[in-house]
Design a protein around this ligand. Structure first.
Ligand code: PEP
Ligand code: MG
Length: 825
């Protein structure tokens, strides 16, 4: 195999590392092809195609086992090119395999190459570790003594046992090796038979040839010294399941996200990883290891444990909702997904049932989540498998709440580059970017929530780096270059200086962007674009002004309405809106009317349970169904001074009738209050209906602002809070872009401006496309306002238009992102 040669001790599986199956070496392959290492006959080929045995001359038998635990893949990704009995020559192709699929589906791709026949044979490795190419000698085998047939005639008692195999993947390499181990103290000759085939129980390789699967009935026969004990020991071990019992509630803890293929670097000190969040960082290696939470498995009574479960769940729900109330962008949708999972009736029912069956609250929650996480993991879909992270996270949060334990706060010295097997979404959220300059994980995937959160926190990250990451020494200097997908360990002076220069240049560009953020946003050709900020509080407004925001394109007013028993009064609302308007110091403030309902209920707004809350009573529909709430909010906004600085925006508009209904109330109130000045009334474009009728809406609305978060969910018919489809939700999907183009065209026909206040306005890859499509106002997350302004100053309308036209012609969101990366590179 082409790949990285390593000593057997480094194989992440004791069965191989401790030479239970035989001596040899291992290769971490860089290509999906296994060649015959010498001439010989194929004696065993696992039906799943992941392992093969070759008999060479002079009693030499070699086993090549592609990856660890690859039996679980049930043949997926393996394409054997030979069959049992074939004579092969050194260099013939034995098995082709899909490197990516195996890396994604198995704990490790490291391939042991073993000498499994031992009689008087000695193996000497030719070299230690390093890159090898097919055909390069890696070991020699010599006969040290003349083998003699130890013809021990065993006479005496015979014992038999019949066992039904409970192991999920049958008797593959690992359990076969353990069987041999337990037989060490016995002199008896022990065989295992399945049907009319039989194998020596001490020969893992022979055992593997039987192809023993879950549910097979096998017969153990022992002959000679302590035969009965030997047979009983073996039977008991197999019946125990050997840690691989096929019981969904007993599946092992998912080891977090399945890795995607990490590229391999052959430069010493340079590790390769998959970029998960962009950026460059220089820092010091610190390892992060999470202790396993211990839970008392036995319940202390159904009602007590049930109460503990409900209490633990309620605490986590409260904590997530508190975070949700001020979260925005991707963080918000991830929290919403976690919140939704805590309401999942199947999970709750499974946990409650486990309590009835005698489990403690923590154990019950764990039992409910792990099979689900395992289903995600084994779905065969890498994106879905990454969602297993979320389940692990929720398991930990709820179990911690039940057990009353708190993970130690994640505090690290300044300048840390964090190294971990994996990180959970909640742990990433808790990282302080001032301390942690970047992180790298052994596992994980580039579309996991961990990756999205890292990007939104501005922390560069690499994932799927594999076990070489574990070999880094604590305190070592590291250069993490997420753009290049590399981690340099112990850089030389010149490398460090070069990286530092780039870090400084980036910091200078950011500082320049911040310094220039006070200026009006303009394209390089002078075209004026307004850059606003999304707000949820007075504090946000202050930060927005400091960051150079020219106003607010979206004040989410939900913060005033949630977590209380009665609605806020008109006076209370006016005071809040006024405080925010004052903090903006005369800059425009677009106040979105209450966008509540369905998934965000308030006790004073009775909304019956809905089967499809996202398609039910929410957004402006709630206001129209509760006229007093609508009227009070409009009155409160009309109370803001100077009149006109606060504009009104309607969420979730699906038809012009809704706009007319609100305008009628607004006009009546203006009349009552004697307000003659114009108070602008705009709409959000969040439904495909609004985009398709943008010209009709623009004829009656003062402006249109596209909520790309909801527009994406409704266009793609993918719930933005559902983790099972989260990987498909991308506002750069050509379908969404075409609706944005329709909106801009419809609005332009009626002389109205179009803004974007959804997540795309904060995405540097999306900004040039939005401008090219005709958007003239961007309302972004406060922290990215300076960068967005700086980015705009590098564009011309002509270039942006050409780029947008190309984006509209792309087939997929991934194609659009690729195009956008090339455009901004
Ligand atoms: C949107 O849907 O894009 C939007 C800005 O509204 P919210 O995220 O508050 O639903
Ligand atoms: Mg919305």
């Amino acid at each position: 195999m082409a790949g990285w040669l390593m000593p057997l001790e480094e194989v992440p599986d004791p069965v191989f590392a401790q030479r239970m199956l035989g001596d040899g070496v291992a290769i971490d392959p860089t290509e999906g092809c296994l060649y015959a290492p010498c001439d010989g006959e194929v004696t065993v080929l696992q039906p799943t195609g992941h392992a093969i045995t070759l008999r060479a001359g002079d009693g030499v038998e070699l086993l090549m086992h592609i990856g660890i635990d690859t039996v679980q893949l049930a043949g997926a990704g393996f394409d054997p090119q030979v069959k049992v009995g074939d004579q092969v020559r050194a260099g013939d192709v034995l098995i082709r395999f899909d490197l990516d699929a195996v890396v994604c589906g198995a704990p490790s791709i490291v391939t042991p190459v073993l000498l499994i026949s031992q009689d008087g044979l000695n193996l000497t490795a030719k070299r230690g570790s390093g890159l090898v190419a097919p055909g390069e000698p890696i070991f020699t085998i010599q006969r040290s003594v003349v083998a003699t047939e130890a013809a021990t005639d065993i006479v005496g008692e015979i014992a038999t046992r019949t066992v039904i195999v409970p192991l999920a993947h049958g008797i593959h390499a690992r359990p076969a090796a353990k069987l041999r181990e337990v037989l060490v103290p016995f002199a008896a000759k022990v065989t295992i038979s399945k049907g009319d085939q039989r194998a020596d129980a001490r020969s893992p390789v022979r055992l593997m040839t039987l192809g023993i699967k879950l549910g097979d009935t096998i017969r153990i026969t022992a002959e000679g010294g302590r035969a009965d004990e030997a047979a009983a020991t073996l039977a008991a071990l197999i019946e125990s399941g050997m840690g691989e019992k096929a019981d969904p509630a007993a599946v092992p803890a998912p080891a977090a996200a399945i890795p995607v293929a990490a590229p391999v670097s052959d430069e010493p000190g340079l590790l390769a990883g998959v970029p998960a969040a962009p950026g460059l960082a220089i820092g010091t290696a610190r390892f992060f290891r999470l202790p396993e939470l211990t839970i008392d498995p036995i319940g202390k009574g159904t009602s007590l444990e049930r109460a503990r479960l409900e209490d633990g769940l309620a605490r986590v729900v409260r904590a997530i909702e508190a975070d949700l109330s001020h979260a925005a962008g991707p963080m918000r949708s991830i929290l919403a997904a976690h919140r939704a999972m805590l309401d999942d009736p199947e999970l709750l029912e499974a946990a409650r049932q486990a309590i009835v069956d005698g489990a403690s609250a923590g154990q019950a929650w764990r039992k409910a989540l792990r099979p689900q996480a395992e289903l995600f993991r084994q779905s065969g879909d890498a994106h879905l498998a990454e969602r297993a992270d979320d389940m692990v996270d929720l398991e930990r949060r709820v179990v911690s709440a039940i057990e009353g334990v708190q993970d130690a706060p994640l505090v690290f010295p300044d300048g840390t580059i964090l190294l971990a097997d994996d990180l959970l979404p909640s742990q990433v959220t808790a990282l302080d970017p001032a301390q942690v300059r970047g992180f790298c994980t052994v596992r994980g995937g580039p579309t996991s929530h961990v990756a999205i959160l890292a990007a939104s926190l501005g922390i560069p990250a690499l994932v799927a780096m594999g076990s070489p990451l574990r070999a880094i020494e604590e305190g070592e200097t590291l250069i993490l270059d997420a753009g290049a997908g590399t981690l340099r360990v112990a850089p030389g002076e010149a490398q460090r200086a070069e990286a530092q220069a780039r870090v400084d240049a980036r910091a200078a560009a950011l500082a320049a962007a911040r310094a220039a953020a006070g200026a009006e946003a303009k394209l390089a050709d002078g075209t004026r674009i307004e850059v606003f900020a999304n707000l949820g509080s007075v504090g946000d407004a202050e930060r927005a002004v400091a960051a150079g925001a020219e106003g607010s394109g979206l004040l989410r007013t939900e913060f005033l309405f949630l977590d209380r028993e009665t609605p806020p009064s008109v006076a209370e609302q006016t005071a809040e809106y006024q405080a925010i308007a004052d903090a903006l110091q005369g800059r425009p403030l677009i106040i979105r009317l209450l966008d509540i309902g369905g998934d965000k209920p308030a006790p004073y707004l009775p909304i019956a349970a809905e089967e499809n809350p996202a398609l039910g009573l929410r957004g402006i529909r709630v206001g129209l169904a509760h006229p007093q709430v609508l009227e009070d909010q409009l009155r409160a906004i009309l109370g803001v001074r100077p009149i006109g600085v606060a504009k009104i925006m309607l969420p979730m508009i699906a038809s012009v009738g809704e706009l007319r209904a609100v305008r009628a109330v607004l006009d009546r109130l203006r009349g009552e209050l004697g307000i003659e000045e114009k108070v602008e009334l705009g709409i959000m474009v969040e439904t495909p209906a609004a985009a398709a009728t943008a010209d009709l809406l623009a004829a009656e609305a003062d402006f249109l602002s596209i909520g790309t978060n909801d527009l994406t969910q409704y266009t793609l018919a993918m719930d933005r809070g559902n983790p099972a489809v989260a990987s498909g939700i991308d506002g750069l999907h050509p379908a969404v872009l075409r609706l944005i183009a329709d909106t801009c065209r419809g609005a332009a026909a009626k002389g109205r401006w179009v803004g974007v206040c959804g997540g795309l306005a904060s995405d540097p890859l999306a900004v040039p496309i939005l401008i090219g499509l005709g958007v003239t106002e961007l309302s972004a997350t406060v922290s990215v306002v300076p960068e967005v302004k700086a980015l705009l100053s590098t564009l011309t309308l002509e270039r942006a238009r050409a780029h947008a036209t190309a984006a509209l012609a792309c087939a997929t969101a991934a194609d659009v992102r690729r195009l956008a990366r090339e455009f901004t590179a």
